[in-house]
Design a protein around this ligand. Structure first.
Ligand code: NAI
Length: 215
């Protein structure tokens, strides 16, 4: 079996962190780094790093460390960052505007092509030079424009409606901010972003010691 097909989700979830740290090393003109040094910067153990990076090639040379550029390029390739992606945001409220205003996504290759809402007060306003359109025009827009990723920032009760429009128009990847599980066909990927889950994990960890009587 191809090595890449065996990469686990746990490793994939760590790749963006490797990519970010390796990018910083390159910016600082660091061309080689040992797994021990990388471990000190990134916070994973050296053996975890060796194990992770072994999943997709032989980058480390015993005694020489990793070639930072090679590793950065390979991880970028695995993360699909060697091409650009077109996106639309549905829901131009708090979250929708925050996502739209974050220019770093564009630098990573995610190009925002349209923002849609149903509120007449928002339709027509501009967010980073993109005019918010009426959601009634969404299906037409998706027919005329090739969109790779649909971003859902509407209330929970409306999320499935929007997901259905995405699916019908052939979108294969959905970034879902609404706190609900979407029903989509198997060939459509959904990545949920739930800040509250992260916050609850934090509160659990804050109370972990008490729970297990370690205080
Ligand atoms: P908001 O009320 O500021 O914005 C929602 C926008 O969606 C409004 O502008 C509204 O007019 C629009 N909308 C409603 N139905 C629509 C439809 N059928 N088509 C197009 N536009 C429609 O709400 P906010 O704070 O931006 O939250 C948006 C979503 O994100 C909610 O589902 C909320 O629960 C969720 N959320 C998620 C977080 C996360 O961690 N993922 C954190 C905070 C909120």
């Amino acid at each position: 079996m191809n090595k890449k097909t065996m990469i686990s989700m746990a490793v994939i979830r760590r790749l963006p962190k490797y990519q970010r740290y390796l990018g910083e090393l390159l910016n600082n003109d660091i061309t080689r780094i040992s797994s021990k040094e990388l471990s000190e910067r990134i916070g994973f153990t050296a053996s975890q790093i060796r194990q992770d990076l072994n999943c997709f090639g032989d980058f480390g040379q015993q005694g020489y460390g990793y070639n930072v550029r090679e590793l950065y390029d390979e991880i970028s390739k695995i993360l699909g960052l060697t091409r650009t992606y077109t996106t639309v945001i549905i829901g131009a409220g708090n979250i929708g505007q925050a996502v739209a205003n974050y220019s770093k996504f564009e630098k990573l290759g995610f190009e925002l092509k349209g923002i849609f809402d149903k509120n007449p007060k928002l339709i027509g306003i501009k967010i980073r030079d993109i005019e918010v359109k009426d959601v009634d025009e969404l299906s037409d827009f998706l027919e005329r424009n090739k969109i790779d990723i649909g971003i859902i920032c509407v209330p929970r009760t409306q999320a499935q409606v929007i997901a259905d429009i995405f699916v019908k128009s052939g979108i294969k990847a959905i970034w879902n901010f609404a706190p609900t599980d979407l029903n989509v066909p198997e060939d459509v990927i959904v990545e949920n972003v739930h800040l509250s889950e992260s916050l609850l994990t934090l509160s659990y960890r804050l109370n972990e010691a008490k729970l297990f009587g370690e205080e």
